[in-house]
Design a protein. Structure first.
Length: 247
C-alpha cells in the first residue's frame, strides 16, 4: 500500500513547545518518505496516518493525534511506569511538558481526590485541551498549568514528585532549570526522568538526538540532585529517580 504523506506547518517559533520539539525529533526521522521508512527500519505504525511532525508547532489537533495515538501504550507502557513511580494517595505530581495530558490524567486517578496532578506545558492550545479533558473526565485534581521555557509556574514546596517524560533533552539550560525546580519540591520530594536509550532502535530518534543515562545523571548531579534509582524495565527508555542532595 502506498504511504501518503501530508506535510503540516505553522508560523510559530521553532522552540515554542517542549513537547512538540520532543516529538519532532523522535518521529520526524521516521516519516521523511515512505522509502526512507523502509530503508532505515523505523516503524510508523505508532503515528496517525499521514501526519509528519515538524519542528514548528502546527495545529493542536495534529499534535494531540500524535500524543494520544491508540498504540502509544504499546511502547510507552504507562502502567509499568506508574507502578515503578510508587505514587500514593494524596501525592502531588507535576508532569513537566505534559502535552495533551497523557500521563497527567493517569496520575490524577492514582493520587485520588486528596492529591493533585499538574499538567505543565507552555503551549496555550494544549493547556486548553487538558482543561477540557479534565472537565470531560470529571477530574477536579487534574490541573493544567501554563508555564514558560524558564519557569514551571509551580509554587514553592508544593510538589511530591516531578515527572519529566521524553522532554528533559529539550529543556533550555537544563542544569539551571532543574536547580530552580528544587524549591518546588516538598521535603522528601523526587524527580523522575524517563527518556530514550542513546542507541539505535526500531523506534525513536537517532542516537545523536538523545542524551545518555550517564550524561543525565551527571547533569542532575551538577543541578544538586543525587540518583536514588536506575531502572531498565522499559523496552525503549530508561527510568531515573533523583532527590535533592540536601533533601
Amino acid at each position: 500500500m502506498e504511504t501518503r504523506i501530508i506535510e503540516v506547518r505553522s508560523p510559530k517559533s521553532v522552540f515554542c513547545l517542549l513537547s512538540s520539539v520532543l516529538w519532532c525529533l523522535i518521529l520526524a526521522p521516521m516519516l521523511v518518505s515512505a522509502e526512507s521508512v523502509r530503508k532505515e527500519g523505523y516503524r510508523n505504525d505508532y503515528l496517525p496516518n499521514g501526519i509528519v511532525p515538524k519542528h514548528e508547532m502546527d495545529t493542536a489537533e495534529n499534535w494531540i493525534a500524535i500524543f494520544e495515538h491508540p498504540k502509544r501504550g504499546e511502547w510507552q507502557e504507562p502502567d509499568k511506569v506508574i507502578e515503578k513511580m510508587n505514587l500514593k494517595e494524596g501525592d502531588v505530581v507535576a508532569d513537566i511538558g505534559a502535552g495533551s495530558g497523557y500521563f497527567t490524567r493517569l496520575f490524577a486517578r492514582v493520587v485520588g481526590t486528596t492529591g493533585k496532578a499538574y499538567g505543565v506545558d507552555i503551549e496555550p492550545e494544549l493547556v486548553k485541551y487538558m482543561e477540557e479533558d479534565a472537565q470531560r473526565l470529571n477530574l477536579s485534581n487534574y490541573i493544567p498549568k501554563l508555564a514558560t521555557m524558564a519557569d514551571s509556574g509551580l509554587e514553592t514546596n508544593s510538589v511530591d514528585v516531578i515527572f519529566i517524560c521524553l522532554t528533559y533533552h529539550h529543556l533550555e539550560d537544563r542544569i539551571n532549570y532543574m536547580n530552580k525546580l528544587k524549591k518546588v519540591l516538598k521535603k522528601g520530594g523526587r524527580v523522575i526522568i524517563v527518556a530514550f536509550y542513546k542507541k539505535k532502535m526500531d523506534f525513536g530518534p537517532p542516537p545523536d538526538n538523545k542524551i545518555s543515562e550517564e550524561v543525565t545523571i551527571e547533569e542532575m548531579k551538577e543541578a544538586g540532585y543525587h540518583l536514588t534509582r536506575r531502572l531498565d524495565f522499559l523496552r525503549y527508555q530508561y527510568f531515573l529517580e533523583f532527590e535533592p542532595a540536601t533533601n
